[in-house]
Ligand binder design. Structure first.
Ligand SMILES: *Cc1c(COP(=O)(O)O)cnc(C)c1O
Length: 457
């Protein structure tokens, strides 16, 4: 085994990391993760780390699960690859399609597989535009999404997303995609109650539809809870109002379930938590618990019927659409989620425990807001709790806190000054206590820094 320094040197010499300032990382050196078990990681220095982010929101069943490992091994031996292009199919892809139809809401009976969430959202753009074409309304091209939403990093995914930093590079968004404000109460609606704000934020969709012209709008896409944007949990009034507006104008509703799917919110899919009936859903991440790459689009009956009965050939697909090894792992993963009762566990036990922990963290002097949804949590670090004053962004207080987390064996992510977690769904009540102790320790250390540096004045 190479030493940490040797790994870092080779990494810096050859590996361009995603969403990374290459030069800055090369100077600092990557952290090298070498193994994992359950909800813990170990780095090349032998330090044990509590992975409160499930890798990248994906390791729902935790690391090292034998059924997934065995499914991949068995499938690689039987049939490592065959495509689904030439009027062929493989048993794992068929079985996973069947199982997905079972665990998703009743309107979903068909799936289009991709290799990732970004690709899934590219498929969404192609598919909704094709749907309206086939129906003889080719002018319906515009897709509405939200600022600070995240839908992946391909041209279409990044365009659907509302990340200004991403749009600033590479000439995005692509034509026919437009954005409305996000339903972030703390930033945009604190002068009103949350319920009222939810309805107001939904009304921005109607404003945009009228501005674009209802006859030109193809679809609205959103994450039930914005993940990468900082675990922005909308008021309960938001999604039902969005659904009503989509219905009123006949616009397709797309739920990007890449993070919220497969139990994260205490329901199989986030749309079930928030009470919508989407026409299409993107999935990835949790479908295989991240063990191998897989994504796709669940296609609701309204869209499937048109594409199947009137669409002819759909000129779109990926080499790895329905990859047999990925699908075999997906099958084993979903069966394990069922067997362990993880969705119910999140809803009835671990989700409420995380909520209680976060309620308690509200008494910390740095914490201006603390909220959870299932096994996702966000803490907003503020300068003045009473007034709700934020720190100036250039102080990067969130990064200071994240530094303490790294130093103390906890992975908690910083999105600006929102500290977010999304632990594996197999987390136990004892491990939630452990998480609470680690978070408090890191908040205390951040608080000490903030006072030392005079950032409260
Ligand atoms: C991660 C993510 C994506 C992109 O998935 P990739 O597999 O990284 O391409 C899309 N949508 C949401 C909501 C995500 O969190």
């Amino acid at each position: 085994m190479r030493t940490t320094q040797q790994w870092q040197a080779a990494d810096a010499a050859h590996f361009l990391h995603p969403f990374t300032d290459f030069q800055a990382l090369a100077k600092k050196g990557s952290r090298i993760i070498t193994r994992a078990e359950n909800i813990y990681l170990w780095d090349s220095e032998g330090q044990k780390i509590f992975d409160a982010m499930s890798g990248l929101w994906c390791v729902n069943v935790g690391y090292g699960q034998p059924p997934l490992i065995e499914a991949a091994t068995r499938q690689m031996k039987d049939l490592a690859f065959y495509n689904a292009f030439f009027q062929t199919a493989t048993p794992p892809a068929i079985e996973l399609a069947e199982l997905l139809a079972e665990v998703t809401p009743p309107q979903f009976n068909h799936v289009f597989f991709s290799g990732s969430g970004s690709e899934g959202n590219d498929t969404i753009v192609r598919m909704v535009r094709r749907y309206w074409d086939v129906l003889g309304q080719p002018e319906r091209q515009v897709i509405i999404s939200r600022r600070n939403g995240y839908h992946g990093s391909t041209m279409a995914g990044a365009s659907l997303g509302g990340m200004s930093g991403m749009h600033a590079q590479g000439g995005l968004p692509i034509p026919g995609i437009t954005h409305i404000e996000q339903p972030y109460w703390y930033q945009l609606g604190r002068e009103m109650g949350k319920e009222e704000f939810g309805r107001v934020a939904a009304s921005w969709l109607e404003d945009k539809i009228l501005e674009v012209g209802p006859e030109k709008v193809a679809a609205f896409i959103g994450e039930p809870v914005q993940g990468a944007g900082g675990v922005i949990i909308p008021p309960d009034t938001y999604w039902p109002a969005v659904q009503a507006i989509c219905n009123k104008y006949g616009i397709l509703l797309v739920s990007d379930e890449v993070i919220c799917g497969f139990g994260r919110t205490g329901h199989w899919f986030g749309c079930e938590r928030f009470g919508t009936e989407p026409d299409l859903m993107t999935f990835a991440k949790g479908v295989t618990s991240g063990y191998v790459p897989l994504g796709g689009v669940m296609v609701g009956d309204r869209v499937a019927r048109v594409l199947i009965e009137q669409g002819g050939e759909f000129e779109h697909g990926y080499t790895y659409s329905g990859h047999p090894v990925a699908c075999a792992v997906g099958l084993a993963n979903i069966r394990l989620i069922r067997e362990l009762g993880l969705v119910e566990k999140v809803r009835n036990e671990t989700g409420p425990l995380l909520a209680k922990l976060y309620q308690g963290l509200k008494d910390h002097p740095l914490v201006g807001d603390a909220e959870t949804c299932g096994l996702m949590g966000a803490l907003l670090l503020v300068k003045d709790k009473a007034r709700g004053t934020l720190f100036p962004p250039e102080l990067a207080v969130g990064m200071v806190c994240r530094g303490h987390c790294f130093g103390n064996g906890l992975i908690m992510r910083a999105v600006g000054d929102r500290m977010i977690v999304a632990p594996p769904l197999v987390i136990t009540p004892e491990q939630i206590d452990e998480l609470g102790r680690l978070i408090r320790l890191c908040l205390d250390k951040t608080w000490a820094d903030v006072k030392d540096k005079g950032w409260l004045d």
